[in-house]
Design a protein around this ligand. Structure first.
Ligand SMILES: *[C@@H]1O[C@H](CO)[C@@H](O)[C@H](O)[C@H]1NC(C)=O
Ligand SMILES: *[C@@H]1O[C@H](CO)[C@@H](O)[C@H](O)[C@H]1NC(C)=O
Length: 500
């Protein structure tokens, strides 16, 4: 277990149990295998050129505030992506960004940005990471941008030097006569960090690779050598599926708990490599599918995927997962970019996951009662050592080691037709007498989409409007407890949070 406690923040621990059996004992204190949870475990990535546009959307502020309200800590935001490596800083530019595109769904092939870009970034509430350009091999320009970021963005956590350099094309100016490989890139990252640290300090987010495992943090660490001291954090990018080039996506596969377990486990060694250097490891850009998310990203099933994926990330030592939002309004289009380009109605997903990782107070409490000095969830565990099946069960504990919540996710796929199965999960070892309360995350089916009018709800009638504001009334269910056991029914493609 790696504990990463940030000064000034209450610590959060997560211990996780997954189970395919229906007899689950909730341990009265977190087991030794429990993982700690960063308060910003679920965070956001915004495509570089689109960032100023996102800041003009009221839904961006509202979505981020919803997450902050649930967890008591603002989500971190990373600004970056493919277009960070097409951007040139212009200290004289009077707008945040300047570019032209043939149609509104396109990403620019080249752009400039100015000081106001960083002024906007400084208005974010949480940690900010900004992705700068290395691909164009203009170190003087990137240094100028780094200095402006450092002086403007008071909440600056880290700076990236290049995005997914593993995908740099052979015509990239950074690629010299010796060609490009993990070792050449490692030497380049080292040289750039060493040069820029003189002016802006030890502030770099290193690696930023997509092509795991051939390009990895574990391989980069020895290549950096003494430059490791200039590195603040390590990042890898991760998409379980691809919609690039017309590739088809599969929601049932995405949502599968056993699939989520095996996929996420791959990054355990990456997190361990970063932790061995005393650095945090992030999936600094992630989402369901590259190239716009196919048609799965806006579905309720993808919301359930996020809940399980984020918790499995914590189990494997990943400190934060930054869910990427690409070109605004470009949710389901297929694009030539190697990265995801989608803005989807993800509020409900993020909020659901926030509710499980910050479960200290009833989420029916008014927003005014939520503040960062309130007690926090701290640890979660999988409630069984049996092989994971369709049902995952997670227990969460406070920093005082008290059980606070159980999350049950039934990943069995419900398409919307035929009989919807249900798992009946007896939770034993509960100290509550009489009853416990629960919030159900549900929808008519896994492929249901809130943007197509489907009733995607958390807690009775609560849902989220298009602007991310809460709509409808949230109600808790009551489940009887008898002899320390409560038996909970969770339908296929549903999740439930039990308040202990
Ligand atoms: C903005 O970019 C366009 C090209 O896309 C260029 O013609 C124009 O001069 C730029 N404006 C400024 C203020 O730099
Ligand atoms: C914040 O939460 C703590 C703990 O629940 C409470 O004691 C305090 O009064 C709250 N502060 C505000 C300003 O609401």
């Amino acid at each position: 277990m790696v504990l990463l406690k940030r000064p000034g923040c209450f610590s959060t621990f997560l211990a996780i149990y997954a189970s395919s059996t229906w007899a689950i004992t909730v341990p009265s204190s977190p087991p030794s295998t429990a993982s700690s949870v960063d308060p910003a475990l679920l965070s956001i990535s915004l495509e570089f050129f689109a960032f100023p546009g996102y800041m003009q959307l009221p839904s961006t502020t509202t979505c981020l505030a919803n997450l902050a309200g649930l967890r008591g800590t603002a989500p971190a935001v990373r600004i970056g992506g493919t277009t960070q490596d097409r951007a040139t800083y212009n200290a004289q530019l009077s707008t945040p960004v300047n570019y032209t595109v043939a149609s509104s769904g396109d990403a620019p092939t080249s752009l400039t940005y100015g000081p106001q870009f960083f002024t906007l970034a400084s208005q974010l509430q949480g940690d900010v990471t900004v992705g700068l350009n290395r691909q164009l091999n203009n170190q003087v320009n990137t240094l100028q941008a780094a200095q402006q970021a450092k002086s403007t963005v008071h909440n600056l956590l880290a700076l990236e030097l290049g995005n997914e350099p593993d995908l740099y094309g052979s015509g990239s100016p950074i690629i010299g006569s010796s060609g490009w490989s993990p070792s050449v890139d490692g030497a380049s990252q080292k040289a750039w960090e060493t040069a820029l640290a003189l002016s802006v300090g030890d502030i770099f987010q290193a690696a930023v690779y997509l092509s795991f495992p051939s390009w990895s943090t574990a391989n980069l660490v020895p290549l950096l050598g003494s430059a490791i001291s200039y590195v603040k954090t390590f990042s890898g990018h991760s998409y379980p599926q691809s919609a690039c080039g017309g590739a088809s996506t599969n929601l049932q596969t995405l949502m599968s708990h056993s699939g989520i377990v095996s996929y996420t486990r791959q990054y355990k060694s990456e997190a361990a490599a970063a932790h061995a250097q005393g650095k945090q490891y992030f999936l600094g850009e992630t989402n369901s599918a590259t190239c716009g998310g196919g048609d799965i990203s806006p579905t309720f099933g993808a919301a359930l995927w996020i809940v399980d994926y984020v918790l499995q990330g914590a189990v494997n030592g990943i400190d934060r997962l930054y869910f990427h939002q690409g070109t605004i309004g470009n949710c389901v289009s297929l694009r030539p970019l190697p990265l995801s380009s989608h803005l989807c109605p993800q509020c409900h997903r993020n909020t659901a996951s926030g509710a499980t990782t910050r479960p200290a107070r009833p989420s029916t409490a008014p927003p005014s009662s939520r503040n960062s000095s309130a007690p926090s969830a701290a640890r979660a565990s999988q409630c069984s050592t049996t092989a994971p099946g369709a049902v995952a069960t997670y227990a969460l504990y406070s920093s005082a080691n008290q059980p606070l919540r159980v999350l049950i996710y039934n990943s069995a796929y419900y398409s919307g037709s035929g009989t919807r199965s249900a798992a009946s999960v007896p939770l034993s070892g509960l100290s509550a007498t009489g009853s416990v309360r629960a919030l159900r995350l549900t929808a008519p089916s896994a492929p249901a989409r809130v943007d197509q009018g489907a009733a995607v709800t958390i807690g009775g009638g609560q849902t989220f409007a298009g602007d991310c504001s809460k709509a409808g009334a949230q109600t808790m269910e009551t489940v009887a407890v008898s002899g320390g056991t409560a038996t909970i029914s969770v339908k296929a493609s549903e999740a439930l949070i039990v308040f202990l």
